[in-house]
Design a protein around this ligand. Structure first.
Ligand code: IPE
Ligand code: IPE
Ligand code: MG
Length: 264
């Protein structure tokens, strides 16, 4: 069970001058980010792709800290897709090294700021030592309740849906469930994001306009924001731009603008 932190009891929103442009009541409850462009950032500077990932890890630190301070209850970062296993093994290994370093260096901060780490994806596919470190970080942070940091690792939206379907089918075989009882809420509860609200906002960096197999089910009504900036350059200022843009939008969920106005 995942308890979704409630932003109403936060006293951090008004403390920082950078958050002045935001309306606290309209903050997204769940922000998802496709962190893209590390390789191109490095290439531009004649550095190795691995250097790009190292710089990208710094953006992760900055953005997690900023979201915590702003009061975003759930942040989901796409760190490694199932498709990314096809990359050169040197690059893949470097990514796991960077993840391990991140988990070790950020544990104190996660404890201090009550951030709960959670993984989405087939994490048993990760190298054993990384898997163990991830698991122990999740255990240590399990009762933190101010913010959830979801890391999507060896993640694929389609395989998440297939996995949920297999589990539902198994539950039907044992008569725990009747096929006719399956509804959207039950289906959602079989996903890695069980008990979490769907993302309100998806940010993708590096200008690419695609979903790349991320949170396919959960993204049904997510607002999309593409930043032209490569991930290593995506810092607090760019995050603020995305949040301000999000707050200007009218989310209609199929209704007319007029109907939504009346609800307010
Ligand atoms: C995102 O940057 C990081 C991962 C996918 C792990 P990329 O490595 O995809 O960078 P580009 O897209 O090649 O520039
Ligand atoms: C998506 O980025 C996956 C992550 C950010 C981890 P990619 O760089 O792998 O996406 P594509 O292949 O360009 O769509
Ligand atoms: Mg990419």
């Amino acid at each position: 069970m995942v308890t979704v932190p409630n932003i109403s009891d936060k006293n951090t929103i008004s403390e920082q001058p950078t958050t002045e442009r935001l309306t606290p009541e309209k903050l997204p409850q769940h922000v998802a980010i496709i962190m893209d462009g590390n390789g191109r950032w490095a290439q531009q500077r004649k550095l190795s792709r691995i250097e790009g990932h190292r710089a990208g890890a710094e953006s992760v630190r900055v953005i997690v800290r900023a979201c915590r301070r702003i009061g975003i209850p759930i942040l989901t970062l796409y760190a490694f897709s199932k498709e990314n296993w096809q990359r050169p093994s040197r690059e893949v290994q470097a990514l796991w090294r960077l993840l391990s370093n991140y988990l070790k260096s950020e544990l104190d901060e996660m404890m201090e700021h009550s951030i709960r780490l959670n993984a989405l994806g087939d994490i048993t596919e990760l190298p054993k030592a990384v898997y163990r470190l991830l698991q122990s970080t999740m255990d240590k942070t399990a009762s933190n309740h101010e913010m959830i940091l979801n890391l999507a690792l060896s993640y694929s939206g389609r395989s998440e849906i297939v996995r949920a379907t297999q589990k539902l089918a198994a539950a039907c075989l044992t008569k725990e469930l009747e096929p006719g009882d399956i509804n959207e809420a039950i289906f959602s509860s079989y996903l890695f994001t069980a008990n979490m609200p769907d993302p309100d906002l998806l940010i993708r960096t590096s200008g690419e306009q695609r979903i790349s197999n991320f949170l396919l089910w959960q993204m049904a009504y997510t607002e999309l924001y593409v930043s032209p900036v490569y991930w290593p350059e995506f810092r607090e200022e760019q995050l603020m731009e995305a949040l301000v843009d999000y707050q200007r939008r009218e989310r209609r969920f199929g209704k007319t603008g007029e109907q939504k106005q009346k609800e307010v």
